[in-house]
Every structure is written in C-alpha cells, then in structure tokens.
Design a protein around this ligand. Structure first.
Ligand SMILES: Cc1cc2nc3c(=O)[nH]c(=O)nc-3n(C[C@H](O)[C@H](O)[C@H](O)COP(=O)(O)O)c2cc1C
Length: 380
C-alpha cells in the first residue's frame, strides 16, 4: 500500500507519530495550557467556516502558487517555528528545512531549536525565516540577528505572544526536564519507543544549540524552565522599533490577535502580521485564531499569515477565505516527521496539495485567494 492510501490525513500521521515518540516528548508536542479549551476552540471555530459548493462551473485548473513578501511559494503554506524540534525527532530541523526548501515552501527556525542558524541556513537556499524570542541583552540581540542574516535567513519573525512562560500542565506532568536528561522515568518511556531511542542514541542529547554561546554562566533553577526563558524579555513597542531598525529584511510579528495591535504594527513599519494563538499553548481564554482573523483583515492592509489548529487543505482554504494570505503549521509537520522520518514532510505537503485541489474543485475556484468573501461562519 502506498503512503498516500495509508496516511491520507494529518490525523493518520498523528496516530503513527504517537506510537513512535516517548511520552514526555509527545506531551511537549501535543498539549496546550490550562484546560486546553483554546486548543479545542481552534478546531470548533474552523469547523464552523463553511462554503456553499458551486455547480456547473466546468473544469477548473487549480493554481496554488502564492506570492508573499517578494517571493513566490509553490503552495500557500509553510513551516512555523517549533522549539526543540530535534527533541521530538532527532534531526527534525534539517529534515524540515530541506524538504520545505525543495518544495518551495518557507521554513522557520526557532531561537530555541536544537540546531543553529549556521547549520540550517545553508539548507534554505538563503531564504530561511528566523524566529526570534526577544533576548533582553542588546549585544546578544545584535549577535543573533547577525548570525541569522549571515547564515542565509532573509526574513525575521518576532514572536510577541510569550511575555511570560505558560504553565503547560500536561507537558510538565509528562516529565520533560530542562536541559533534557535521562531520568529513570524518561528511560522507561524511551524503552517503549525503540526507533526514537535508536535515532536519539546516534544523534546525542538535544540542546538549544543557538543559545550555547550565551549561556555558559546561566543555569535554570526550575527544571521545567529552559535557558531560553532566562535570556528573553517581554518586549514592548520600543523593543519592536529597535528590531525594525536593526533588521533590514522583511519583519513579521507573530502572535497577533487584536485588530488595534495590527493597525499599530502597520504604522511601526512591520511587513506582515502573523495571526496566532500559539495553538492554545500560551493562554486558555484566547479566541480561536480564525475568530480573530476577519477583524484584523479589515483593520490592516499588510500581508497576513495565519496559524493554530490547521489540519487539512480545507482548513487552509478557510483561513484564506477569511483574510489570510498564507498559512503556517507547527504540530502537523512534526507529526509527519515523527511518523515517517525524512519522507514525512514531502508526503504531508503532497497530501495537503491534493486536499486543496479537491476542495477548490468543489467550489469552482482556481486560486485560494479567489475564495475571499465566499465563506460564511455558522452559528456556534
Ligand atoms: C512543540 C511546539 C513548540 C513551539 N515552539 C515555538 C517557538 O519556539 N517559537 C514560536 O514562535 N512558536 C512556537 N510554537 C508555536 C508554533 O510556531 C505555531 O504558532 C503553532 O504550533 C501553530 O499551531 P498548530 O500547531 O496547530 O499548527 C511551538 C508550537 C509547538 C507545538
């Protein structure tokens, strides 16, 4: 049976991934904060976005090429930043960066990934996106931006929805400690996941390598807080201005949910807004990202990226219809890597492409952007 009949949905990839990743890593990937109501709200709100199918529209050749910030991407979606990606599956950062670049999709490297910009930048053909968790120290800030730029990242993503660490109760209970160590409990979990453990043994223990040079004198006292939290600050508008001045390429601000923030960000000269509730990992009373999107679209004329809860090509169309220009995913790409290793990302991209084409065909629309205004939101 070929991969496309066996793993037809992201839920299929998730199910296989779950059986291959030790519990503590799974709890890090797959849980949110509080009661996880925001996570559920994302799904419910996406399901409420409906389109009425068209008839007698003849054959429509789908065109999925999507322009964003001066580049053409083959498909309207890309890889969102995921910290400690290589903890979830050894080598995940390079697998995803290579596959995304080969498929002409954007890849975003997190500040707290397990691979450095120097390792990953060259795999992105000079067009990687680097995500910054805002360092407090100004020299560290300068150094990180220079490293990103010199390694081949041309777009900066400033994440602003983590002013403090969230509690992530299920993740903590899962047993992940920082830096990751082989406690008896973790060893017992690893014993049940031989493929992961073998790959781990070859790759060694993961660490937040980008931060190595800044953290010689820093140790986290709380075993659930990682060094990334000790180095970062809660940024304000002055901080944003500093970043805008320091970075001469496209600047995207990630984690926006209020229309009035989007208006101000546009005034401050950012190049794109990333609407996100961080997949419910930060705040349990946030609106679904898809609920926040229409007001932000109405308020600003910048390109809008969207994430949180996207699980199919149809979800991508829903977001674009309600105002997004581009859609990003975090967990889904990691389900793909954990399920199928280096073949996972290309498989998932093709799965989503097929789903986009099938659903556009029902609507008689060639390009996702032509769906703008064609969706309606059903009553809760
Ligand atoms: C395990 C995990 C780690 C994450 N780490 C980061 C990070 O380092 N920086 C960041 O800006 N967002 C981070 N995010 C949020 C993602 O970039 C993205 O906003 C979110 O995963 C989108 O929702 P989705 O997973 O439903 O696609 C992380 C998400 C997950 C699941």
């Amino acid at each position: 049976m070929d991969l496309h009949s066996r793993y037809m949905t992201i839920a299929d990839l998730r199910a296989r991934a779950r059986g291959r990743v030790p519990h503590f890593a799974w709890a890090y990937l797959d849980t949110a904060t509080g009661t996880e109501a925001t996570l559920r709200r994302n799904r419910r709100a996406l399901d409420r976005v409906l389109f009425t199918p068209s008839i007698l529209h003849g054959e429509v050749a789908a065109d999925l090429t999507t322009a964003l910030l001066g580049r053409d991407y083959a498909l309207p979606f890309g890889v969102a930043p995921v910290g400690q990606s290589g903890l979830l599956w050894p080598g995940a950062e390079s697998m995803l960066a290579r596959a995304a670049t080969q498929a002409a999709l954007p890849y975003t490297l997190s500040t707290v990934a397990n691979a450095t910009p120097e390792e990953i930048g060259p795999l992105t053909g000079g067009h990687g996106w680097f995500q910054l968790y805002p360092p407090r120290d100004i020299e560290m800030r300068r150094d990180m931006l220079a490293r990103a730029r010199d390694s081949g990242f041309d777009t900066l993503v400033l994440t602003v929805d983590v002013p403090v660490a969230s509690r992530r109760e299920r993740q903590v209970k899962g047993g992940l400690v920082q830096p990751p160590r082989l406690t008896p409990r973790i060893l017992a979990q690893c014993a049940l996941r031989p493929a992961w453990s073998l790959a781990r043994a070859k790759a060694g223990m993961p660490r937040m390598k980008t931060l190595d040079r800044y953290t010689q004198d820093v140790t986290a006292r709380d075993p659930t807080a990682h060094v990334g939290y000790l180095l970062r600050t809660a940024p304000d508008w002055d901080y944003l201005r500093w970043i805008r001045d320091a970075w001469d390429g496209p600047l995207i601000v990630k984690g926006v949910l209020r229309a009035k923030d989007a208006i101000r960000l546009q005034r401050e000269g950012v190049d794109a807004i990333w609407v996100s509730n961080h997949a419910g990992r930060q705040f349990d009373a946030a609106p679904a990202s898809i609920e926040a999107l229409p007001a932000i679209r109405a308020a600003c004329s910048l390109p809008i990226l969207f994430d949180s809860g996207v699980e199919s090509g149809l979800d991508i169309l829903r977001a674009i219809a309600l105002g997004a220009d581009f859609v990003m995913m975090g967990r889904a790409w990691h389900y793909a890597v954990c399920a199928l290793g280096r073949d996972g990302p290309a498989h998932m991209a093709e799965m989503l492409r097929r789903d986009l084409v099938a659903n556009l065909g029902q609507l008689g629309v060639a390009h996702p952007r032509d769906l703008r205004g064609l969706a309606h939101v059903a009553e809760a």
